[in-house]
Write a protein that binds this ligand. Structure first.
Ligand code: NAD
Length: 478
């Protein structure tokens, strides 16, 4: 019998009403398991349990919170191969990438285990004689967490770990197509010594579970990662009721390749950033902006490199790129290839559906020569599809890089200190990479973007304290 991935409310496992298959995009005939969705009443029950449990958890000793998070981090790290296998089956990332993501999730829990013991505060002299001023950070309360499917262990980890470290209770809603990873994480958290109700998992649709999280006034803060349309809709709803909200959304991240770059290195950076993890990274370099003198050579070398890339079953050895994660994402990818064609952009490589030994959503990496106004060069596809643009010189390349509604990550390949320094200063993005792929970040430093890509305080590292705590200023006269 296939495994059923359940929700977790107030310390109890809840099966959910209906039953849906948890698909394996590398092998559509062999689902990973099945899951049931919660209804709105059950989500409200989870929020009420969280609110009840948070009162004591918010006053618990930092050591208790550190120990719980350390337990979770240690177990994830010890089981990273097994958890990585589940992730690869469910999301379609290659096994090495999936094991790497599991390890990262473990490291994040370990990092915030330490942060639980280092909650910052300040003590200042008042402007009034004989008065002290203390600035302390307190938990926000109950945090709703809504996550996407593309990093089904790491993104939940970088939201759940700081939420718990700073004394909040959590109701976590994963994306529909990755209930297995969410369940595996919840199963570890259920044995970490957290009081019942402090952590809750609510599996189900955005329409029902996600909406209940934004509408229920028991939620004190909402952390969302996903697409721009969903994020903007949540932002409006949050504004109406004054809900603290943090949004991490899409990107159309530029990688500028200058004529002075080490071209082989630039090609490797571009291929990694644009296509690895099947291009399904919010930080993927889906716009390659190449300076005219090396444009033709860059394309020739990139095409050659793409011919060596192996697309295949996420669990198979030697595979560079797994399948697209779902049928609906594959349909989006194919529709953008059609839009590119109809607007006059030129397909230089790939973009073909592949039939392999196991039936899956396999698409060969697509490279498209585009003009800046083409939709393929402006809108996020979220698949193994990159547009390449020609730039006259560095200034033109920088202008093209910034000519986007998004602002998550921007990269440059160059050997020039002058241009690297200028680009770091002038790229309109939350993160900048010099001679590195736009995708691939460290877990202990802030993560996030500008413009339409992000809203609210940064995630990860010590900067996470901003969202997951609220500041209190206390005055004392002796
Ligand atoms: P999505 O917006 O479709 O879904 C994200 C989450 O929101 C899911 O859990 C979904 O069920 C939920 N949801 C959907 N409708 C909802 C509603 N009406 N109310 C409440 N919740 C709702 O995004 P996705 O397809 O899962 O993820 C892909 C997107 O995520 C891409 O745009 C990608 O760039 C973005 N992303 C951003 C980052 C980042 O940190 N900036 C990281 C990873 C992914």
């Amino acid at each position: 019998m296939s495994q059923r991935f359940q929700s977790y409310i107030d310390g109890r496992w809840i099966a959910g009403a209906d039953s849906a298959a948890d698909e394996n995009p590398s092998d559509l005939g062999s689902p990973v398991g099945e899951y049931g969705s919660l209804n709105a009443a059950q989500v409200n029950e989870a929020i009420a349990a969280a609110a009840q449990a948070q009162r004591a958890w918010g006053l618990s000793s930092p050591q208790q919170r550190a120990d719980a998070l350390d337990f979770v981090g240690s177990e994830i790290l010890a089981r990273k191969e097994e958890l990585g296998r589940l992730l690869a089956q469910e999301e379609g990332k290659t096994l090495p990438e999936s094991i790497g993501e599991a390890a990262r999730a473990g490291q994040i829990f370990k990092f915030f285990a330490g942060e639980a013991l280092r909650i910052p505060g300040e003590k200042l002299a008042s402007t009034r004689p004989g008065v002290d001023v203390e600035i302390t950070r307190e938990p926000v309360g109950v945090v709703g967490i809504i996550a996407p499917w593309n990093f089904p262990l790491a993104i939940p980890a970088w939201k759940i770990a700081p939420a718990l470290a700073y004394g909040n209770a959590v109701v976590f809603k994963p994306a529909e197509i990755v209930p297995g990873c969410a369940w595996a994480l919840a199963e570890i958290l259920s044995r970490a010594g957290l009081p019942a109700g402090v952590f809750n998992l609510a599996i189900g649709s955005g329409r029902v579970v996600g909406q209940a999280l934004v509408e229920n006034r028991g939620i004190d803060a909402l952390s969302f990662t996903g697409s721009v349309p969903t994020g903007n809709r949540l932002l409006k709803q949050a504004a109406e009721r004054g809900l603290k909200i943090q949004l991490e959304m899409g990107g159309k991240n530029p990688l500028v390749v200058l004529a002075d770059a080490d071209l082989d290195k630039a090609v490797e950076i571009a291929v990694n950033g644009a296509y690895f993890s099947t291009g399904q990274r919010c930080t993927a370099s889906s716009r390659l902006i190449v300076e005219a003198p090396v444009y033709d050579e860059f394309i020739a070398r990139t095409r050659k490199r793409l011919q060596q890339i192996k697309v295949g079953n996420a669990l198979a050895q030697g595979v560079d790129i797994g399948p697209v994660a779902s049928r609906s994402q594959l349909e989006t990818d194919l529709s953008y290839l059609e839009i590119a064609r109809s607007e006059g952009a030129e397909l230089l490589h790939g973009g073909e559906l592949l039939e392999l030994d196991t039936p899956g959503h396999y698409l060969s990496p697509a490279l498209i020569a585009a003009q800046p106004q083409h939709r393929i060069a402006r809108e996020e596809v979220f698949g193994p599809v990159a547009a390449v643009l020609r730039a006259d010189d560095y200034e033109h390349a920088l202008a093209l890089a910034n000519d986007t509604e998004f602002g998550l990550c921007a990269g440059i390949a160059t050997t020039s200190l002058k241009y690297a320094t200028h680009f770091k200063r002038h790229a309109q993005a939350g993160m900048v990479m010099v001679n590195l792929p736009t995708a691939g970040v460290d877990p202990h430093v802030p993560f996030g973007g500008r413009k339409a890509s992000s809203y609210g305080p940064r995630e990860q590292g010590r900067y996470a304290v901003e969202f997951y705590t609220t500041v209190k200023t206390a005055y004392t006269s002796a």
